[in-house]
Design a protein around this ligand. Sequence first.
Ligand SMILES: [Zn+2]
Length: 242
Amino acid sequence: MEDTAMPDVKRTYYDDSYRKELAAVITAVNGEWIECDQTIFYPLGGGQPGDTGTLTGPDGNTHQLLDTRKGDSAEQIRHQLDTDKHGLKPGDSVDMELDWERRFKHMRMHTCMHLLGSLIPVPVTGGSVGAEKSRLDFDLGEHQITKEDLTTRINALINESHAVAFGTITEAELDERPELVRTMSVQPPRGAGDIRTVRIEDVDFQPCGGTHVNNTREIGAVRISKIENKGKRNRRVHLVFE
Ligand SMILES: [Zn+2]
């Protein structure tokens, strides 16, 4: 990668997670990896996969966009095309289109992981969000959980239609409230200014950089499919859409 001082990429998936298309301008090209001045594509992170979709260039050719990753710096987002013979160059205008069906499942699953975390008040040691299934790992200790009870309680939370709201917290404020960092066990990125927060009304509040739905009812019915033993204290809780 060239060492270039580029302005921060605008992350429209934070302004509007439901946006499916965006016109952007290419700022850097490195083989099949493309960077733009703004993006609707969420980069792999916090247990949530990178977005996929298509990128259409000024010549009208549409390329498959296979993955989205953070770059070497916190402010870089790189999009991987299915070829390096795309002919795109910095300054080109491109049309982005998100694989919305896949992303919406990630949004529903990711929000559901916050609900699951709220039901089991012990440390979270890992997690992963997928379009079909997700999981969270808990340092359970003496706490007791069952698939049936968790399934009942998580669907109740979903059906209660809790609103999901977004805000920011300063690094200093977060330092004073370390208990906020739970789900996915991923510390929010530091040194990039304020940290994004997610509040599920009456249920959960924590720093989180993923994409979420606006109301828990959008998650739909889910089921705890398996509780796996991962050592004396640790349990892996698997969740699927019903
Ligand atoms: Zn989240």
